[in-house]
Design a protein around this ligand. Structure first.
Ligand code: ATP
Length: 339
């Protein structure tokens, strides 16, 4: 099936925030990302804070322009399009849901105005059709009609996130990216919002990219899981295999440390903190914390290798064996030595 959105060697480099106005320091937020999202699939993105998950998400929906590399929508290079066309393509085919609906929604607009806005900007239908679409969107996300004239401040957190989801769906997108969509919500409403997203995805045939720190939820929601480390995609795995059959040592370590997935085991300990994204290590970025690293890892970033299952690939010179469970790995692993 042809890709809905495809990244080819996408890089995002920022000027470092911490280094002052004239700093030459650069943050390598995304490095050499190759990724294709197929229509209707759910792709989860995991990795520690600062590894580039949000940057990847923003590049996928055309909100952030890569410093280098291409983003193609249905085979067409997004950033080679004239700006008006790009806005039409991005606005009409993608939607984004952010972490905190209280800051993502304009506090001065009513729910009806918030949902009308994208329809007005993209000139969709007549006035009557737009009003009807607003009613339809509210019903789709389970918001009572009576809330149409409410301001975001008068809604609960869960209701606000429903408004944000409805807004993301207003133009009938093919792809929705949800960046930590439940982390600002009360635990009691998280499941409702996740179920709503899954239900909408099924009913509308959406492709969904789901970014979260909550690894259990990512695995449950996704068809495929992307692991990121220091700006790089280091593994892509079918969700069913990621917990205990991942090939990249980092994916194994991440999942071993997630309570409730592989209990009872001791998490695989990693040496030291994540290095700075301003000065990523040479070769494989994970090598400074990896118990398998050797000289080759310091010299060369490994390319992607295919695992035996379709859709499973990883970037590692010394991958974990496919038939080695994480429990066995923890038992047999040589004692960790600090690099
Ligand atoms: N506009 C910016 N200017 C400078 N640095 C930035 C900018 N945006 C992101 N970064 C840096 O780029 C790196 C990747 O950031 P990103 O937000 O994509 O990570 P993340 O994995 O989503 O993190 P988190 O899980 O904490 O949200 C981080 O080091 C971050 O500090």
């Amino acid at each position: 099936m042809s890709a809905l959105v495809e990244l080819a060697q996408a890089h995002v480099v920022h000027k470092a925030r911490s280094g002052g106005l004239f700093t030459r320091d650069r943050v390598y937020a995304l490095t050499g990302a190759d990724l294709a999202i197929a229509p209707g699939e759910t792709v989860g993105v995991v990795g520690e804070s600062g590894c580039g998950k949000s940057t990847l998400a923003k590049v996928l929906v055309g909100v952030e322009r890569p410093t280098r590399g291409t983003v193609s929508f249905r085979g067409r290079d997004l950033w080679a399009m004239p700006p008006a066309e790009r806005r039409r393509v991005v606005g009409g085919s993608t939607g984004m849901i952010f972490q905190d609906p209280s800051t993502a929604l304009n506090r001065r607009l009513t729910v009806r105005q918030i949902l009308r806005d994208p329809l007005d900007v993209h000139d969709r239908g007549t006035r009557a059709q737009r009003d009807e679409r607003v009613r339809e969107l509210m019903a789709l996300v389970g918001l009572p009609r009576a809330l149409a004239e409410a301001l975001p401040g008068q809604l609960s957190g869960g209701q606000r996130q429903r408004v944000a989801i409805a807004r993301a769906l207003a133009l009938d997108p093919d792809l929705v990216v949800a960046d930590e969509p439940t982390s600002a919500l009360d635990v009691s409403v998280r499941a409702q919002i996740l179920n709503l997203l899954l239900d909408l995805k099924e009913r509308l045939g959406l492709a969904l990219v789901f970014v979260s720190h909550d690894i259990q939820t990512v695995r449950r929601m996704s068809d495929r899981v992307i692991t990121m480390y220091l700006g790089r995609i280091v593994e892509e795995s079918p969700a069913a295999l990621v917990t205990d059959r991942a090939r990249h040592p980092y994916t194994r370590a991440l999942f071993s440390a997630t309570p409730g997935l592989l209990d009872p085991i001791d998490p695989i300990p990693l040496a030291g903190p994540v290095p700075s994204a301003t000065r990523p290590p040479s070769g494989c970025p994970f090598r400074t914390r990896c118990w398998k690293a050797d000289g080759l890892c310091g010299r060369e970033m490994p390319g992607f290798s295919a695992a035996s299952s379709p859709g499973h690939r990883f970037r590692c010179h010394h991958p974990v064996q496919e038939d080695e469970s994480t429990r066995d790995l923890v038992r047999r692993r040589a004692p960790m030595e600090a690099p």
